[in-house]
Ligand binder design. Structure first.
Ligand SMILES: [Mg+2]
Length: 327
């Protein structure tokens, strides 16, 4: 007998040795992997360690009975659904109602008929498959709802929500938090000269370059507007932020977008702000940080573009060394 890898592992809760042995035999014959517990309490301990997809439980057991086990499992908020099959000696409608009320999905009358058990398990797997595909579709929908479709960066809705979380976290742990506003220089000119398709490619390439300049899984970026991006850098002080912004600036200025006819020179202006919970006890909001970064970015534009302006030092780092001149 070989075990099909697609068959889910089943948790058995049964106190009676003969019934348990028979149940194990039936499952084994069909290739279902299983783990057995001798009462509800033991089964619950196993379940807490491994959230099984299917549980077959006896009703009457010492320490914790089948309905209590069903209720306890339902109270544990898991990432996926668990199908609960309750075994009972009683086939009265009242018993059935009580069992299903406790959270069981289905019930089976003892002594168990193996053919009946297998069709019940088939039904269980159908439900679990449906639940899985529904969960995946929801995750996909959620992903779409927080992303900008053109660049794959987070969208503004995500930014508004998660920037507040980052700020709260910065105050809680008293860690600095930095934010960079990036705006592509003369972007309208690119759209007007080369068309919107090329403009879109430029935006996509910019996001690739911006992402390459930050820490994976820690820093994140969102598309703020047409050609404006916000980069959020948790646990980053002003000097660290300045280094990152400068890296982004030079990377964008160094990577011209190749088109069919010529290479388009791109540059961007950056405004950077840092929140320091230790020296700034007033709780700052997301819009406040964004507005301050915007002011710095505007200064960078005014000072000639292709530039980083940091609020903290009011530093001016001009990228003259790479010889780009896009103004
Ligand atoms: Mg029993």
């Amino acid at each position: 007998m070989t075990t099909e890898p697609s068959l889910p592992c089943i948790l058995i809760a049964e106190d009676d040795l003969l019934s348990r042995t028979l149940l194990e035999l039936y499952l084994q014959q069909e290739g279902y992997p299983f783990v057995s517990a001798v009462n509800g309490r033991e089964a619950l301990e196993y379940f807490k360690r491994t959230p099984f997809q299917i549980v077959i439980t006896d009703w009457l057991m010492p320490e914790m009975d089948g309905t209590d086990l069903c209720r306890s499992i339902r109270n544990l908020a898991g990432n996926h659904y668990t199908f609960l099959l309750l075994q009972t000696c009683q086939d009265s409608p009242e018993a059935m109602v009580e069992g299903l009320e406790a959270g069981a999905d289905d019930y089976i009358i003892k002594p168990i008929n193996p053919a009946e058990l297998m069709v019940r398990l088939k039904g269980a797997r159908r439900i679990l498959d449906l639940e899985k595909s529904l969960r995946e579709s929801l995750a996909e929908l959620r992903e779409h709802s927080i992303r900008d479709p053109l660049t794959g960066a987070y969208n503004r809705g995500y930014l508004n929500q998660h920037l507040e979380h980052e700020i709260q976290r910065a105050y809680r742990y008293r860690h600095p938090l930095s934010l960079i506003m990036c705006d592509l220089d003369h972007f309208k000119l690119i759209n007007d000269t080369y068309g919107h398709q090329v403009g879109d490619q430029v935006l996509q390439q910019c996001v690739v370059n911006l992402k390459a300049s930050v820490r994976h899984n820690i820093d994140w970026l969102a598309r703020y507007g047409g050609e404006e991006f916000v980069i959020v850098l948790p646990e980053t002080n002003a000097s660290g932020c300045q280094v990152v912004a400068e890296r982004m600036r030079s990377m964008i200025a160094f990577c011209p977008e190749e088109t069919a006819n010529d290479a388009i020179k791109i540059s961007a202006s950056f405004g950077a702000v840092t929140l320091l919970p230790d020296s700034d006890p007033i709780h700052r909001s997301g819009p406040d940080l964004l507005q301050r970064a915007d002011v710095c970015m505007y200064q960078a534009k005014q000072r000639g573009r292709n530039l980083v302006v940091c609020e903290e030092q009011h530093a001016l780092l001009h990228g003259g060394s790479d010889g780009t001149d896009q103004h």
